[in-house]
Write a protein that binds this ligand. Sequence first.
Ligand code: CUA
Length: 364
Amino acid sequence: MILGLFGAPKADMVGTEQMSADPWALLPAASTNAQAIDTLYVFITALCGISMLGVVGAQVYFMWKYKKPANGHRKTSPITHNGRLEFIWSAIPALFMIVLFAWGEIGFVEQFSPPPDAINVRVTGQKWDWTVEYPDYPGAVLSSSSAVPTEEQQKQLQAAGEWGEDIIDRKPTLIVPTGVPVRLTLTSKDVIHSFYIPVFRLKRDAVPGRYTTYWFEATQEGEFPLFCAEYCGDEHSSMIGYVKVVSAEQFEVELKEATKLEQKDAESLADFGKRVFDRGGCKTCHNIDNDEAKTGPSLKGIWGRSEQLTDGSTITADDNYIRESVLDPNAKIVSGFSPQMPSFAGRFNDEHITALIEYLKTLK
Ligand code: CUA
């Protein structure tokens, strides 16, 4: 709403799309929980408005009624107190406080008590992407990292004149069905992140070393933005994606489609490898076009390079080393780095890894 006052965002601006062209439009309430929260919110706002009118109204009335008379004198009233009046103005607000507490508490408990038939979804935050896994659907893994290129990558793409909508591999970060409860279990690999889906009124911290849960039931089909709402480092703002809400019948089809990663007809192995690389979110931690190290070493010229490991030995980056680094990343750590890479075992199969190796060979 506030942003709207400063004009519509530029067309080439990166980030999630505007949900409505109308700057005064309210956020859609796309889950049962969102509707419940909005009802309570409207109630509290109305209560505050009515209370304000009562207090300010009485204040203005008394200012007028007891204003200093023209002759400059008025005797103070001898009344000390009024028991009945004082009881009423204490009891009524107290009653409202109890209502607000009970309403809020019931809603709060509800939010943390998922129904037993809920779909399980695991959400893991890591600098700077979200990984979403569906334990009930083997192999179904989504990630936010392919949603938007990092700021640095955008600059490079802009400089090369390649920047445009089609450059973004807009895969959903989360796919959920309508009318079916979904239970999220959140955690983080490094720092505190916060999983935030405004249309569901859902904001939950993802904390390293512990699991937090939340559940919701989507009511409206569509694509809605999701964010990280906890400042987690310099690319915090790229930790965004979108949730795709589809009908219950369409859910499994969409999930399969979104997580499919196969070589296309006439696609070279290296090109397929690049898609594997993008899907894995590898670019979050590895530079590919300069020698600068990020969380992990640069992969520019990795093929055939000699690497000094933390144990002092030296290794040549060949097929087997790359394969091991993908499946068991902590087996051999390059000197100067810490074991932070997650294993891709179960996410990447042999074809994926072979393609990835071919792609890495092209990074010279
Ligand atoms: Cu993760 Cu901000």
